[in-house]
Design a protein around this ligand. Structure first.
Ligand code: GDP
Length: 412
C-alpha cells in the first residue's frame, strides 16, 4: 500500500468497551479483514488469500502494540489501544487525547455497563466523536432496541440507528442497512465469509421504513438543499448526501451512529469498517492542536498539516520483543524524517531520530518519514518519556502539561 499523504484518508481511532464486551475479538477481526483486503490488492488470486488466512490462524492475529496501522477502502486506519481498565485513568485520558474518534463496543445483552459509562464521560471531556457497535447479537437475550434506549438514557446521546438486526440469537444472520435500504446477509460464520446484499425481508419492511424515517428526521436538516428537495418534492436524499449528513452530525457531537453485529461470528465487521471511514473524523476535522504555556514556552497552536512546524506527542513507551524500547508518537503537525534532530522542550534536550517504525498486525515496517496524522514508533530515544512533546527546535511547543518535574526550558 503506498503511503497516502491525503490527510482526509486518515482515521486515528480507539476501540472502547467494558471488559468482556468483545474489544479484543472485534480488534482481531478488524485486523483480519483489513489485512485480507490489503493482501488481496497485492496478490490477486484466491489461494494467496487462503494461505494467508491459514498462516494468520496459526500465528493468531494479536494486537500487542500501543498502535496498529491497517488499511480499508484506501484509508489508513490507526488503531490506538485504549486501556480497558478504569484504574489507568491517566493512560485512558492520554490515549483519548491522541485519537480522533472511537468505536464503543456494547454487549447486546448487558447494554451500557458502568465501565463504558466512565470511559464515555472521559471521551466527552476530550470531545471525541464516537460510534457504537452493539456486539454479541447472537447471544441469548440480545436486545438491540434496549441497548439503543440505554445509550440515550444513560449516556445522554442521540443514537443514530443505521442498521437493524435480521434475526436474533442463533438465527442472527445479518443487518438491514438503513442508508442503502437493503439487507446484508453473511453466508456462513467462518472468518472471511462472503456476504451478499438482498432485499429487506418482508417482516422487517415496516420497521426499516420507520427507522429510516427517524434517521432522516434526525440528520437531514444538516443539508439545506436535501431538506428542501425532500420536503418540497418528496425526493429521497442520495446515499452520499445522507452519509454526509450523518458524518456532520457525528462530528458535531451528541449524535452517535449505531451499528450491530457479532464479532465472534464474523458478522458486521465490514460495515463497521465502512462506517469508521464514512463517519469518524480525519485529523484535519479536529482543528489545530493547542500547546500550553510552560516555562519559557508560550501557549501556541499548530495547524494539522505537513507545512506547519513539526510537533507531536509521545503517548506510550513500551518494550517490543523484537526491537526493544519503542516510543509511540502521534505527529500533530509538520513532518519528521530519520536523521532529524528534534527538541524535547520539557527536558530541554535534543533527540536524534535514528529509527522509525510503522506497526502492523504482525509486522514492523521501517519507514524514513512520518507526516501529520501519522502514528509511528521511534526506537532509541534517549531523553523522552510518556506524555512529552517532540517538536521543531526553532518552534518549541508543549502539547501536554505535565504535573511532574518542573520543565527545563532552554531554547536551543
Ligand atoms: P474484551 O474483554 O472486551 O476484550 O472481550 P473479548 O473480545 O475477549 O470477548 C470476551 C468474550 O466474549 C470471549 O469469550 C469472546 O469469545 C466472547 N465474544 C466476543 N464477541 C462475541 C460475539 O459476538 N458473540 C458471542 N456470543 N460471544 C462473543
Amino acid at each position: 500500500m503506498p503511503r497516502s499523504h491525503a490527510l482526509d484518508r486518515y482515521r486515528n481511532i480507539g476501540i472502547m468497551a467494558h471488559i468482556d464486551a468483545g474489544k479484543t475479538t472485534t480488534t482481531e477481526r478488524i485486523l483480519f479483514y483489513t489485512g485480507k483486503s490489503y493482501r488481496m490488492g497485492e496478490v490477486n488470486n484466491g489461494t494467496a488469500v487462503m494461505d494467508w488466512m491459514e498462516q494468520e490462524q496459526e500465528r493468531g492475529i494479536t494486537i500487542t502494540s500501543a498502535a496498529t496501522t491497517c488499511f480499508w477502502r484506501d484509508h489508513r486506519i490507526n488503531i490506538i489501544d485504549t486501556p480497558g481498565h478504569v484504574d489507568f485513568t491517566i493512560e485512558v485520558e492520554r490515549s483519548l487525547r491522541v485519537l480522533d474518534g472511537a468505536v464503543a463496543i456494547f454487549d447486546s445483552v448487558a447494554g451500557v455497563e458502568p465501565q463504558t459509562e466512565t470511559v464515555w464521560r472521559q471521551a466527552d471531556k476530550y470531545g471525541v466523536p464516537r460510534m457504537g457497535f452493539i456486539n454479541k447479537m447472537d447471544r441469548v437475550g440480545a436486545d438491540f432496541p434496549g441497548c439503543v434506549a440505554m445509550m440515550r438514557d444513560r449516556l445522554g446521546v442521540t443514537p443514530l440507528v443505521l442498521q437493524l438486526p435480521i434475526g436474533s440469537e442463533a438465527s442472527f444472520v445479518g443487518v438491514v442497512d438503513l442508508v442503502m435500504m437493503r439487507a446484508t446477509v453473511w453466508k456462513t460464520e467462518t472468518l472471511g465469509a462472503e456476504f451478499r446484499h438482498t432485499d429487506i425481508p418482508e417482516d422487517l419492511q415496516a420497521a426499516a421504513a420507520a427507522a429510516r424515517q427517524a434517521l432522516l428526521d434526525a440528520v437531514l436538516d444538516l443539508d439545506e438543499a436535501a431538506t428542501a428537495a425532500y420536503l418540497e418534492r418528496g425526493e429521497e436524499p442520495s446515499p452520499d448526501t445522507l452519509r454526509a449528513c450523518i458524518r456532520k452530525a457525528t462530528l458535531s457531537g451528541g449524535f452517535v451512529p449505531v451499528l450491530c453485529g457479532s464479532a465472534f461470528r464474523n458478522k458486521g465487521i465490514q460495515p463497521m469498517l465502512d462506517a469508521i471511514v464514512d463517519y469518524l473524523p480525519a485529523p484535519g476535522d479536529i482543528g489545530a492542536i493547542k500547546g500550553h504555556r510552560v516555562g519559557g514556552v508560550e501557549s501556541d497552536e499548530r495547524a494539522a498539516n505537513d507545512d506547519s512546524p513539526f510537533a507531536g506527542l509521545v503517548f506510550k513507551v513500551m518494550n517490543d520483543p523484537y526491537v526493544g524500547p519503542l516510543s509511540f508518537f502521534r505527529v500533530y503537525s509538520g513532518t519528521v524524517s530519520v536523521g532529524d534532530s528534534v527538541f524535547n522542550p520539557t527536558k530541554g534536550e535534543r533527540e536524534k531520530i535514528g529509527r522509525m517504525l510503522e506497526m502492523h498486525a504482525n509486522s514492523r515496517e521501517d519507514i524514513t518519514r512520518a507526516c501529520t496524522g501519522d502514528i509511528v514508533a521511534f526506537a532509541g530515544l534517549e531523553h523522552t518519556g510518556t506524555g512529552e512533546t517532540l517538536c521543531d527546535p526553532q518552534k518549541p511547543i508543549v502539547l501536554e502539561r505535565m504535573d511532574i518535574p518542573e520543565p527545563v526550558i532552554e531554547i536551543v
